[in-house]
Design a protein around this ligand. Structure first.
Ligand SMILES: Nc1ncnc2c1ncn2[C@@H]1O[C@H](COP(=O)(O)OP(=O)(O)OP(=O)(O)O)[C@@H](O)[C@H]1O
Ligand SMILES: [Mg+2]
Length: 452
């Protein structure tokens, strides 16, 4: 720990400096406060001990200068009986303590030891706080829940490898943010990060997007074109909506992943690439494998490391933190949500997950016209989503899983009818215009009980 001593009385200064050195401090002493300040500006110090009455600059000037340069340097004032009052003033201005002349070297060392211990604790505390804060986020991911903290640890490890990652999670859970975080935390971070959404792309478009094509390969291929695999060379290729890749194309993708080599469409020169693959799926891909809609061999090839992103309703404790994050993201730090508004938003199920919450926060902030958002200012339709299991429109979605949407709708309708019919299945079936037996089948399918 570095200590600077300033005192114009030579013998006193040398005694202090020697005693501190003996006690293990790296200490420097100065007669002139100006010389001391020049030294401080250049090398800094943890602790500075200064006389009050000096020529050139007094102890107050020194204190002010030190604090303006580094708040964390602690200052001890040396004072004679007659100037105790000014030492007290100095403490008000931020000095740590004062020591009254005459004092023994032991006394001074004792005081500095106490201060050094305090500073060490303060430093440790700061480090812990920093660490704690780190765990509240990872790149652009926010969340302090246990699942998120575990995810950050997992992402840290994954980023150091080149293995293929499959990210599974409902829409809006942050799959793309995770893919970015892996790439930008990896050794490939200075190389390209290329994304391709495989949703709604037919086989031939997918093929030319991924592998590129040569001039004349098909009608409209006016010139040679690089594919995403080539563009991503030495970097990362993020295949979003991998669950949408047509079965017929899957074998071609598998071949490239195995051989790390391909040809452009219409070309016959083999191209070698070194690409890390990250895939994302909004449904449980294994279910597709079981339905023979996704090749099992490709599944294992892309799922070397699986990541399952939790739905927002599984980590509701992160909602307040996320609200805060989104306010900052749109540069409206001055806006605060009242505790009851946070509570009501935290209780909702957010079937559109983080994306839906982000859109809601943006809307509330934009339209409230106030810097304090109260519960009453949250629009009805945002709150209604608590009951409605479906987004009212699909704006803002890159893609949707029709099957899942239909199932969710069906399940909600069954619950609605049952509640309306007070648990009477025949009556509930009538509300939906379906047969009682069909109604019963749907209840079983969605594991809905009569008390729902
Ligand atoms: N943990 C998180 N912390 C902060 N922001 C997040 C988090 N997760 C998601 N977001 C934000 O939510 C939005 C949706 O995230 P993202 O696009 O990564 O979701 P997704 O899982 O890829 O959704 P989809 O399946 O619909 O493509 C983005 O604006 C993203 O910044
Ligand atoms: Mg996405």
């Amino acid at each position: 720990m570095k200590v600077i001593v300033i005192d114009d009385e030579k013998s006193k200064r040398i005694t202090m400096c020697d005693a501190l050195k003996k006690a293990g401090y790296d200490s420097e002493s100065f007669e002139s406060p100006i010389a001391a300040m020049n030294y401080f500006e250049q090398y800094g110090a943890d602790i500075l001990i200064t006389d009050i009455r000096m020529t050139g600059m007094d102890g107050f000037d020194v204190l002010q200068k030190v604090k303006s340069l580094n708040q964390r340097t602690s200052v001890i004032m040396i004072t004679a009986y007659g100037t105790i009052q000014s030492a007290v003033e100095a403490m008000k201005m931020g000095a740590y303590d004062y020591i009254t002349k005459p004092f023994s070297s032991d006394h001074l060392v004792h005081l500095v030891n106490k201060l050094a211990m305090y500073k060490k604790l303060e430093e440790e505390n700061l480090n812990l706080k920093r660490k704690l804060q780190e765990r509240y986020s990872f790149h652009n991911l926010i969340g302090k829940s246990k699942v998120m903290q575990e995810l950050y640890d997992q992402l840290d490890t994954i980023s150091k490898t080149d293995m293929a990652v499959l990210i599974e999670g409902e829409s809006g859970t942050g799959k793309e943010v995770v893919a970015n975080a892996i790439h930008y935390n990896s050794n490939r971070k200075d190389k390209p990060f290329i994304k391709l959404s495989c949703a709604v792309l037919n086989e031939s478009i997918l093929e030319s997007e991924l592998f590129g094509h040569v001039k004349g390969a098909f009608t409209g291929a006016y010139k040679d074109k690089k594919g995403r695999f080539e563009s991503a060379n030495e970097g990362t290729l993020f295949l979003d909506d991998v669950d949408d890749i047509p079965l017929s194309f899957q074998v071609k993708l598998l071949r490239v992943l195995q051989e790390k080599e391909f040809e452009r469409v219409g070309g016959n020169t083999p191209i070698k690439v070194n690409v890390r693959i990250i895939c994302a799926s909004k449904i449980d891909l294994w279910e597709k494998v079981q339905r023979n809609e996704f090749r099992e061999d490709l599944y294992y090839r892309i799922r070397v490391i699986p990541i399952r992103l939790p739905a927002l309703r599984e980590r509701k404790e992160d909602i307040p933190l996320l609200i805060d994050h989104f306010i900052k993201k749109i540069g409206r730090e001055e806006v605060k949500f009242s505790p009851d508004s946070i509570e009501v938003l935290s209780e909702m199920d957010w079937h559109g997950n983080v994306r839906q919450l982000e859109n809601a926060v943006n809307r509330i902030v934009a339209f409230s016209g106030s810097n304090l958002i109260k519960k009453e200012m949250i629009p009805e339709d945002i709150l209604c989503k608590k009951e409605k299991h479906l987004p009212l429109s699909f704006n803002g979605y890159d893609s949707i899983c029709l099957e899942k949407i239909v199932e969710e709708l069906e399940a909600s309708a069954v619950i609605w009818a049952l509640q309306k019919a007070g648990g009477n299945q025949s009556k509930a079936a009538k509300f939906l215009n379906i047969k009682r037996t069909t109604f019963r089948d749907k209840m079983l399918k969605y594991k809905i009980s009569e008390k729902s």
